[in-house]
Design a protein around this ligand. Sequence first.
Ligand code: ARG
Length: 461
Amino acid sequence: MALWGGRFTQGPDQRFKDFNDSLKFDYRMALEDIEGSQAWAQALSEVGVLSADECARLEAALSELLAEAQQDLAVIAQAGDEDIHSYVERRLIEKVGDLGKKLHTGRSRNDQVALDLKLWCAKAGERISASLTALERELIAVAKNHVADIFPGYTHLQRAQPVTFGHFVLAYAQMFERDYIRLQNALSLIKATCPLGSAALAGTAYPIDRDKLAHALGFAAASANSLDAVSDRDHVLELLSCASISMMHLSRLSEDLIIYNSGEAHFVDLSDAVTSGSSLMPQKKNPDALELIRGKCGRVCGALTGMLMTMKALPLAYDKDLQEDKERLFDALDTWHDCLDMAALVFSGLKLRKEEAYQAARGGYSNATELADYLVARGVPFREAHGIVGRAVLYALEKGKALEDLSVDEFEQFHSSIGGDVYVALELHNLIAKRSVKGGTAPAAVLAQLQELEAKLKTRA
Ligand code: ARG
């Protein structure tokens, strides 16, 4: 049964129907459509369109439908109706007869779909918030075990200065914490305004208390402009943007771990549980989980770009183009959710190869800055010290030695103030411990960072 047809003399071409129908993907909003319909029935009864008895019967039938949908959501996709709104109305009429035909009074699928999608977004956002929190907790657990373990720190993918592995891991925890906050901001905007009662575009003709209706559905207020409300998909863009930024973080994390796990670096070992073999090369153990996360970042960012293009130049108010919002949103949020869970799984089995990481951190003259600071402490202006150390590095390179392998005599060629205490300064643990400023890599600072983040997460479910 279609929701329209009176002014048509001919049915739709099957190819058009296949092209136009959205039930095959918008079935996922069944619970939200029913929830919105229950609130609408209540609103209609308050303005006398439905009697109390009619409202009760409709609500009971809708509750039955809700329970059925909760049992098996996916089966709805096959029902053949045009969209989820048509499905719910048809099933309602099957249950309560002609009374079911009254529910759509004063409502349009335009405000209905706008509401359903907002409700769906809010729930999806909660699910993803939980996954972000779980990943942050996993990262904190790993960082806790490696607060003082030395790891090479990079800039330009060249060894720069040593850091601790805990500090590296928490860098990503901070990114996911921002993703969490960004998502909460987006969710609070979603729940700020309720579009129901905007009807097709001009507002419903029934004197419904829209703010009351909005509150009943968990929103702060009714939307202020019906033209805007039925065609606003900012929340879709915002969620896709949150997803894209977070996927970019996940992709960077994946890339780092792929490099660190490579034969060339081999500072970490990925667990067998998240790697796969080659059908030809028996020795291979490939970082597929991480590569897939990195690859899926493109898919999610593509969804954001696609949605921006759909919205661009869209005339007010509702246009069918807007039906293009759902598939990519559903796919992008599912993907984001799965990638967050997968990243947590990767970390739960990750092993740091402490000795390899330490040796790599020792190489690459990553304690050169420390030698410059050592000279600064002896009165040499930093820029001059920089030049002196640069020459010392060049000399050491030619000799095939590390800085700390040079003798005091050799050091003295570069500056007379360098003495036997230079070796303590160049020792990695010592130079790391000096970076105890807030946000620094010293174990004490990493511990403080860890505790601060942990305290934030404690208040979360
Ligand atoms: N399936 C439609 C969508 O997703 C529902 C709204 C249809 N409204 C309309 N006027 N045809 O946007």
